[in-house]
Design a protein around this ligand. Structure first.
Ligand code: COI
Length: 388
């Protein structure tokens, strides 16, 4: 069995600390160019590792993909319901060249995190919110979605299966990436005949190369992120590739990311490529209202609730770009980004700077949110879900 396993799959053997005779075998990665169906054969039987941690340099995690042991897959035909999802080895998947997702972008994704507590338990943060957002997005993209219970159950299963990849407390989190796609073949423009719900995961820490240092944003009035009547308010894959050009251009000029304006008037703030935006003026916090072009971020929603609970007034409204001139503080929120302070924003060659010191409100909000997510601050909102 071992020789079949070794000859059938290309990969990398890492030597874990506390090597046991079998642990090298267990640590063999199966991420190859083979499809998961053939991998599963090649890898079976493949027991869950008994090692507490995967062999990872936990002190140097960023937001790069680090494939973990397992993924979750569940399929469904058009007009049917999802049933019998399965955990399999992480690996490539087989898709028809005429899959709806490849030809017409019929796809959605989600992102949520699992944290390891000091006591060793694992905590998920508001998985029901991601499940509901996926359902909402699936309706917009004409796809059947897993039920909220199926979504949460699958997220729990994939987290437990990949437990050894959840970073030690304080070193990051396991980023869980659910996908929903039109996997069936279709040539004319129509909903695909078959759908795939898939979840994979990767340990992560800071999203931006700046780490926790303040971001320098660029307001782009050439490219739009979303338009009225479009799909900016749902987490479709089609909202992301179109902003790559704006991001690459801004990064090439030393900025961290791009802040987009509304496509109709080029006047109001919308969001940053990968996160929502907030402004602080005195005791009032403002963020663009979710009017169909702005993603209803789970972190955005949580920060609004935390800020109100701390006694701040929070306004969700249209924010003219000129208001940046008067803001004391600006920060971004997102699952990947968490709460990131913004040090400056450049608009039409004018750079405005904001407060980012230790007393800045964004620090307090970050500490409260992450404290709840990690289980070190009391979760009076009932947001966290303990799974092991
Ligand atoms: C997230 O914050 O989870 C996202 O999906 C943003 C993505 C661009 C990393």
């Amino acid at each position: 069995m071992i020789s079949r396993f070794l000859s059938g799959v290309r990969g990398t053997i890492l030597s874990p600390r506390n090597s046991s005779p079998l642990s090298k075998f267990r640590d063999f990665y199966c991420y190859t160019s083979q499809a998961a169906s053939s991998l599963q054969q090649a890898c079976e039987p493949f027991p869950y590792s008994e090692d507490e941690y995967a062999y990872v340099d936990w002190d140097n995690l960023g937001f790069g993909l680090m494939p973990t042991d397992y993924m979750y897959v569940m399929k469904c035909s058009e007009n049917d319901r999802y049933k019998e999802g399965k955990i399999s080895r992480y690996g490539n998947i087989e898709l028809s060249p005429s899959a709806g997702v490849l030809n017409y972008g019929q796809g959605l994704f989600e992102g949520l995190k699992a944290y390891r507590k000091e006591s060793g338990g694992l905590l998920l943060f508001r998985p029901d919110q991601n499940a509901m957002r996926m359902k909402f997005g699936a309706e917009r993209m004409c796809m059947p979605a897993p039920s909220v219970d199926q979504f949460i159950d699958a997220v729990k299963q994939i987290t437990v299966a990949n437990k050894r990849w959840v970073p030690p407390p304080g070193k990051g989190s396991l980023y869980i990436r659910p996908l929903l796609m039109g996997s069936g073949p279709i040539l004319g423009l129509a909903p695909a005949p078959e759908y795939m719900f898939l979840i994979y995961a990767s340990p992560v820490r800071n999203y931006f190369k700046e780490g926790s240092a303040p971001l320098n944003l660029y307001v782009d009035d050439e490219y739009d992120r979303a338009s009225r009547g479009g799909a900016g308010g749902v987490k479709t894959i089609t909202n992301y590739a179109p902003v790559l050009k704006a991001i690459m251009s801004a990064k090439g000029r030393g900025f961290s990311d791009v802040l987009y304006l509304d496509s109709m008037n080029k006047k109001y703030l919308e969001e940053v490529s990968s996160c929502n935006i907030f402004l602080v003026k005195d005791k009032v916090i403002s963020t663009p209202a979710t009017n169909g072009t702005i993603l209803s971020g789970v972190t955005r929603k949580s920060i609004i609730e935390i800020a109100r609970d701390l006694g701040y007034q929070v306004e969700e409204r249209a924010i003219p770009v000129e208001e940046l001139m008067y803001a004391d503080e600006v920060f971004c929120t997102g699952t990947a980004v968490v709460v990131a302070p913004v040090g400056s924003i450049t608009y039409k060659d004018k750079k405005v700077e904001f407060r980012t010191d230790a007393e800045a409100l964004s620090r307090k909000l970050y500490n409260t949110l992450v404290g709840i997510q990690m289980g070190v601050i009391e979760d009076k909102f009932g947001w966290t879900v303990e799974i092991e």
